[in-house]
Design a protein around this ligand. Structure first.
Ligand code: FPP
Length: 247
């Protein structure tokens, strides 16, 4: 599938080793705007446009899960105007793209606590999730009000509650049980994690799930990270030898 989509790179691409799950930290919208003397919200707008581009590319290539860090638990600390701009952008994106995503069999999902999002944003998200829930194409997973430490803390609380109510015993605690209490319980772990814009950190993103993932960091800013850059990342991934701790 890579072959037909990116005709110029056909010789190197190996569709058999396309990552099943790609997780992305979409960083650099602000710097992209600054370089052009534009306000930050136009950087986010360009970032939103690029969500479309990369979602389509992942779908065509045959990726099954694309998880995008769209709004972290820490992002609430940004200026009010930027936060509301991001929430509106999400509404705009879903309203404009839902039909096409649905007709391409994309299933929209979220991780993170969406109950704290503004009602308008939550409503359009819930509708999109509902409409696409039976789709069997690409899973587009939006991490919203997401923070990994918060996710793990909530899982520990839920397990503790089940133990105190006698539904579980301490001996039942296993890696599998913990994984089953995370927001990603029915998803495979990411094979490849990409962070754009040159920052070399995880910023509280999928700390449990990324334990054995391959990491790819690029200086390219998110709005400039298009199909060819995605292919470069996948090719880099294809040249890694994943050992999962074994020899
Ligand atoms: C980081 O760039 C990006 C974000 C905090 C938000 C990501 C949101 C989008 C890409 C657009 C909306 C998403 C969807 C799903 C439609 P930054 O602002 O931290 O950039 P900077 O580090 O250069 O300032």
């Amino acid at each position: 599938m890579i072959k037909s989509f990116f005709k110029d790179k056909t010789d190197q691409a190996d569709s058999l080793k396309v990552p099943e799950h790609i997780a992305i930290i979409m960083d650099g919208n602000g710097r992209w705007a600054k370089k052009r003397n534009m306000p930050r919200n136009l950087g986010h707008k360009a970032g939103g446009e690029n969500v479309k581009t990369i979602t389509k590319a992942c779908d065509k290539i045959g990726v099954k899960y694309l998880t995008l860090y769209a709004f972290s638990t820490e992002n609430w600390k940004r200026p009010e105007e930027e936060v509301s701009g991001l929430m509106d952008l999400l509404v705009f994106f879903l309203k404009n793209e839902l039909n096409e995503l649905h007709s391409n069999h994309v299933r929209i999902r979220t991780i993170g606590d969406i109950s704290h999002l503004p009602v308008k944003t939550r409503k359009v998200l819930e509708d999109s999730i509902e409409v696409t829930k039976n789709n069997e194409g690409l899973n587009l997973v939006l991490a919203l009000n997401y923070g990994s430490r918060n996710e793990i803390t909530l899982a520990v609380k839920e397990i503790s509650k089940k133990i105190s109510e006698g539904e579980l015993s301490v001996n039942d605690i296993s890696e599998e049980l913990i994984a089953n209490h995370l927001d990603t319980s029915d998803m495979p772990d990411p094979d490849l994690m990409i962070r754009t814009s040159g920052e070399l950190r995880l910023s509280n993103y999928m700390l449990w799930q990324l334990a054995y993932s391959e990491f790819y960091f690029t200086d390219v800013l998110w709005p400039d990270f298009k199909g060819p850059q995605l292919i470069e990342a996948i090719e880099d991934y294809q040249n890694r030898k994943r050992r999962f701790g074994k020899l």
